[in-house]
Design a protein. Structure first.
Length: 359
């Protein structure tokens, strides 16, 4: 059986200030890629003739263009998979848009470039004309639906399950390198180590228990896994959302409660535990530039959305994680419009109270 694998883009590890307490550092590592709950994630499919990669033609000194656009049948599989995640009742919403400037997720279908995705908020660091996800083989064939569900899992902030430090998997390293070096993946040793053999930080894992049935778990053929011994003959997850997958996304993105009211010039206390979130609605009394800031010794991410056609649209955000400074955003709010301020707490590192204010 041909096994094609998702390859994550390699990015530098975040540089946090030295000397952070282990609990605080773990909260930052585990939460830095996760979206604030209540985010509307807009996805865009590349379709223009100019959306393409220019790659060299071996032995000729020439180049050719490989388009990023995908056929309707490919796009429909991805749409169905977005709906499957959405139908879990998660607090994050998905909406297709037809202007790439409005999209946090930009999806291409370049054949030969493999399948890969930015993980969670890493998508925001990629250029507005760049792909944040590529689905590089026919999604209508066997395993295609798994590819799309898996890629969306990454977009929600999930990591590869087989790299969990809780898995207790012992590999035949050289057999894994040899298997991935051959067709259809043709991976280098560095890519194989990064996507297969490297163990995640415990804070990055999707859960505290390994889930071999996860949609984020790769299938592996015989002889690659040495332990647990019963997987020596192969590991074959079903390619669908497992109960643990559903629990993970619902823990990070539960159904949203109605927001509290954040009155300008009046602070609102934040009684949150690590990973907790508070949501506020703001109706500005006048049109001008406002400041939105947190107070107290805490690491948090704050995002301001504007309601447009009943949907929250991103305006501004800031993550103060790992710094001695609080989050502060300056943003123009318009009288007569409704805004949402969402505050998610990574961790507290002092004994005082925390609060948010708009003024």
């Amino acid at each position: 059986m041909t096994r094609r694998y998702c390859s994550l883009p390699q990015q530098s590890a975040p540089a946090f200030a030295p000397g952070l307490a282990a609990e605080r550092l773990g909260a930052l590592v585990g939460g830095r890629r996760m979206w604030v709950n209540g985010t509307a994630l807009h996805y865009y499919f590349f379709d223009a003739d100019t959306d393409a990669s220019v790659i060299p033609v071996p032995g000729t000194g020439e180049t050719r263009r490989v388009p990023w656009a995908g056929a309707k049948e490919q796009r429909d599989v991805v749409r169905e998979c977005f709906r499957e995640w959405q139908d879990l009742g998660i607090g994050v919403m998905f909406a297709e848009v037809f202007d790439r400037r409005e999209a946090e997720l930009r999806i291409g279908f370049q054949l030969g470039d493999g399948s890969w995705s930015a993980v969670g908020r890493d998508a925001l660091s990629m250029g507005a004309n760049d792909r944040t996800m590529n689905l590089g083989w026919d999604l209508t064939e066997a395993g295609g639906r798994w590819t799309a569900l898996h890629g969306i899992g990454h977009a929600l902030g999930m990591q590869h399950e087989h790299q969990s430090p809780f898995a207790g998997v012992h590999w035949d390293d050289e057999a894994v390198y040899a298997d991935l070096a051959g067709p259809p993946n043709h991976w280098s040793r560095d890519r194989t180590h990064f996507n297969i053999l490297r163990k995640l930080d415990a804070a990055e894992a999707n859960g505290s228990v390994w889930d071999p049935q996860s949609v984020m778990q790769f299938a592996f053929g015989p002889g690659l896994v040495l332990e647990p011994e019963h997987y020596h003959s192969g590991l074959y997850p079903p390619g669908s959302l497992s109960p643990a997958d559903k629990e993970f996304v619902l823990r990070w993105y539960p159904p949203a409660d109605p927001p509290a009211v954040l009155v300008p010039f009046r602070s609102a206390p934040l009684s949150l535990g690590p990973g907790g979130q508070a949501d506020f609605a703001v109706e500005p009394p006048e049109t001008r530039v406002y400041s939105v800031a947190t107070f107290g010794e805490s690491d948090s991410v704050v995002v301001v959305f504007e309601e447009r056609d009943g949907e929250p649209r991103y305006l501004a955000g800031h993550d103060d994680g790992g710094t001695p400074h609080n989050t502060r955003i300056r943003v123009r709010l318009v009288k007569g419009r409704r805004y949402f301020v969402r505050v998610r707490l990574h961790s507290t590192w002092g004994s005082g109270e925390t609060a948010v204010m708009c003024w």
